[in-house]
Design a protein around this ligand. Structure first.
Ligand code: NDP
Ligand code: 2IT
Length: 450
């Protein structure tokens, strides 16, 4: 970046930091987008005159509320609930809910901000939002989770609706939580509508929604490899996480002939040099989705290595799929991956690479697909779930999967269109940020000063 652009980015960021103090993840997400956009905006002054970036970085609305609930011992517990309604220029607010003890306003603002660009990239009419709570579902009984969800939705139900704001899952929010949330919304509003996505198939969910984020991240990796005449066959893949996204990334890699050698959770990672098989993946799904156990139990069962307290990035691999959480790959991890011969990173998680890690990937000119492009398959199929709910007509697995593949290809095309530099290198960060921005920015201009 030239000195001029750097000065403009610094100036813009100083205002963002002053206005949003202490929100490190939010600053990080805005800075990355601003760095990509500054040259583009300077070339297209219509956007700077309309102050689009300044407006996009200010949430349309933030809702914060008390969530009181009774635990199994009859004690009153109090959590904080949030919904960040970031941008509705191209459609109703859309984005997941995260239940995790680390949740705070800054983290949800970064996630909502990323969601605006991601949703725009999907080609579907969805604005951006995100919500959640510092509630920790770990170690809670089903009844406690239900009471929490009912209390959370009692307040949230005033603010959302199928044409207003449509939440879904994220970390700590899966099928069980969506069920309890949906039940409470229906009871309060007396309406059976597509107000949440990620519903079970029997009551309005879409086939392939559980698989969509993980499958999509692998389809995106496949598209990136294709630009080099390569594919997934025989590739050794390191995956972090062992939740929804990691599980279905693993499944799709196996189907496409790759080999997955790691999975992790917040306590450590397993290294299965021989590769995770379909049977072993079944074990992981049962362990994580039903028994709600720890990934160490995989190592105990199959006699493979378990490394406590570490992330998997020291393992030699061809491809890396970070599918756990933000900032899980630091600069050293990124350099280790590159030095070990990693040729592509496809981010299933949101902002899993620190800015220094992302810079190391770009500098090494490996294929680096940032989350807002690579993990957009989840929200894309959420959009398809909304379509099916509106039509009151479900699609087949193949129909949804075909559309998902088309959408991931289209996102990749957009990244190439806006991210390819003069040397032919595809900077997917710039491609995703500029490609996601234009539709939202043009819509905001058309809708006036709102
Ligand atoms: P899950 O709750 O199903 O799984 C999360 C996984 O990540 C678990 O293995 C969890 O380990 C691990 N993890 C969570 N927080 C941390 C942490 N602070 N440090 C280390 N490991 C951690 O969530 P998802 O699979 O749905 O989400 C994973 C990522 O994908 C998130 O970044 C999410 O925002 C992103 N994403 C999800 C989409 C979806 O459709 N679900 C769509 C697009 C992106 P443990 O069990 O020990 O906490
Ligand atoms: O980060 C994400 O894109 C999600 N958690 C999915 C959002 C959605 O509305 O399906």
């Amino acid at each position: 970046m030239s000195d001029l652009f750097e000065a403009k980015v610094n100036d813009f960021m100083a205002k963002i930091i002053a206005k949003n103090p202490g929100e490190a993840e939010y600053h990080q997400a805005v800075q990355e987008v601003t760095e990509s956009l500054m040259p583009f905006i300077e070339e297209n002054p219509v956007y700077s005159h309309a102050k689009i970036l300044e407006r996009i970085a200010e949430p349309e609305r933030v809702i914060m509320f008390r969530v009181p609930w009774l635990d199994d011992q009859g004690n009153i517990q109090i959590n904080r609930g949030y919904r960040v309604e970031m941008n509705s220029a191209i459609g109703p607010y859309k984005g997941g809910l995260r239940f995790h003890p680390t949740v705070n306003l800054g983290i949800l603002k970064f996630l909502a901000f990323e969601q605006v660009f991601k949703n725009s990239l999907t080609t579907l009419p969805m604005g951006g939002g995100k919500g959640g709570s510092d509630f920790d579902p770990k170690g809670k009984s089903d009844n406690e989770v239900m009471r929490f969800c009912q209390s959370f939705m009692t307040e949230l139900s005033r603010h959302i609706g199928p044409d207003t704001d449509v939440p879904a899952g994220d970390i700590g929010v899966g099928g069980r939580e969506i069920g309890y949330l949906f039940g409470q919304y229906k009871r309060i509003r007396n309406e059976f509508t597509g107000v949440l996505t990620g519903k079970a198939i029997e009551w309005g969910g879409s086939l392939i929604r559980p698989e969509a984020t993980g499958y999509g991240a692998v389809y995106f990796a496949q598209e990136m490899l294709k630009t080099q005449g390569d594919n997934l066959k025989g590739k050794v893949c390191a995956i972090s996480g062992s939740g929804n996204v990691a599980q279905y990334a693993t499944e799709k890699i196996l189907q496409l002939g790759g080999k997955v050698v790691t999975l992790s959770d917040s306590a450590g990672f397993i290294y299965d040099e021989g590769g995770i098989t379909e049977d072993k993946l079944k074990f992981v799904m049962e362990l994580k989705n039903i028994k709600r156990g720890r990934i160490k139990e995989y190592a105990d069962k199959y006699g493979v290595d378990y490394v406590a307290g570490k992330t998997p990035w020291s393992v030699k691999c061809d491809l890396a799929f970070p599918c756990a959480t933000q900032n899980e790959i630091n600069e050293d991890d990124a350099k280790t991956l590159v030095n070990n011969g990693c040729i592509a990173v496809s981010e299933g998680a949101n902002m899993p690479s620190t800015p220094e890690a992302a810079e190391a990937f770009v500098k090494a000119q490996i294929l680096y697909g940032p989350g807002k492009a690579a993990n957009a398959g989840g929200v894309a199929v959420s959009g398809l779930e909304m379509t099916q709910n509106s039509m009151r007509l479900p699609w087949t697995r193949d129909e949804v999967d075909d559309r998902l593949q088309q959408i991931m290809t289209s996102i990749h095309d957009t990244c190439v269109k806006f991210g390819k530099d003069n040397s032919g290198f595809i900077n997917y960060i710039n491609g995703a940020n500029i490609g996601g921005y234009i539709k939202v920015a043009d819509s905001m201009i058309a809708q006036g000063v709102v």
